[in-house]
Design a protein around this ligand. Structure first.
Ligand SMILES: Cc1cc2nc3c(=O)[nH]c(=O)nc-3n(C[C@H](O)[C@H](O)[C@H](O)COP(=O)(O)O)c2cc1C
Length: 270
């Protein structure tokens, strides 16, 4: 695989305080410096993806089951080698933190915002993550319940997009999951006013101390402002990176709210 990025455009001017992250395209610059503000930094790596072809006949009729299969491959890859598009035998590598994904929400006026969260469950209904119900993402979902998720499993040249309608999971589900979290995270869920501006880190430390004192010797209950969201999909796309950017893409769709409807599956152009 060709991973080495190359620089083009004006040469960066040296800046002694700047540290280039190891392996970044900046490291290809002999001075190992970051460009000044008016310079261009272009990444022109020509990574060739190598992974088995995605074959229509082998897709599960349910994208949720297909996702579970791919997540299984990401967490625990099969031992056997498989053939890629060029005929080479390749073995799928394990993916680091495959449950991490980019979650996009939007205000009713269409302005989007994205952040990374962890998928905690995928079941017959949808994709569940946990968060603070007063956070920016939750406020956006309260006002506009549509969300999109993007998973990228670099080690396996695979990606999945989910589009759907978000709903809060039941209180029982949130409480059961909260009870399984480490105590530090439980305290943090009470202490954090997620996404609000805060004066200082000392302020956050004081909030943590207050919560620790309050629950000393007791179990920490699930805060009412904390819980899960389930994104119930009406579109799920599977992307498998292929040589020369001629990727395999299949999109599953069903009408919004028609959870018993059969999924339609269409191939998309790379
Ligand atoms: C790898 C990773 C995993 C994260 N997982 C979560 C998560 O599961 N839930 C969460 O609320 N924030 C998680 N965060 C923090 C979010 O990215 C974000 O900072 C936070 O939720 C506030 O987002 P908001 O202001 O858009 O609501 C994670 C961040 C990273 C980098």
């Amino acid at each position: 695989m060709d991973h080495a990025p190359t620089m083009s455009g004006p040469q960066p001017s040296p800046r002694s305080d700047a540290q280039a992250p190891a392996g970044s395209s900046v490291a290809a610059n002999p001075g190992n410096t970051l460009p000044s503000d008016d310079d261009k930094l272009q990444v022109t790596s020509h990574n060739q993806y190598k992974t088995p072809r995605l074959v229509r006949d082998l897709l599960d009729p349910s994208p949720l089951k297909q996702f579970q299969r791919w997540l299984g491959d990401a967490m625990n890859p099969p031992r056997e080698e498989v053939q890629d598009a060029t005929g080479d035998r390749v073995r799928l590598e394990p993916v680091h933190e495959p449950e991490a994904m980019t979650l996009c929400t939007a205000l009713p006026n269409g302005i989007p915002s994205a952040r990374v969260v962890l998928l905690k469950q995928v079941d017959a209904r949808g994709f569940v993550f946990y968060t603070n119900y007063h956070s920016r993402k939750s406020r956006e979902l309260d006002a506009n319940p549509y969300a999109s998720m993007a998973f990228y499993w670099r080690e396996q040249s695979r990606s999945v997009r989910v589009v759907g309608r978000a709903e809060k999971v039941s209180r029982e589900e949130s409480e059961a999951y909260f009870a399984s979290r480490p105590r530090g995270s439980q305290i943090g869920a009470w202490a954090s006013r997620q996404s609000e501006e805060v004066e200082s880190e000392e302020q956050v430390a004081r909030w943590v101390e207050e919560v620790e004192k309050q629950y000393e010797g007791h179990e920490v209950p699930c805060p009412p402002h904390w819980g899960g969201w389930r994104v119930v999909p009406f579109e799920v796309e599977f992307w498998s990176g292929q040589p020369s950017r001629l990727h395999d893409r299949f999109r599953y769709t069903r009408p919004e709210g028609a959870e018993d409807a059969e999924w339609k599956i269409k191939r998309l152009s790379p």
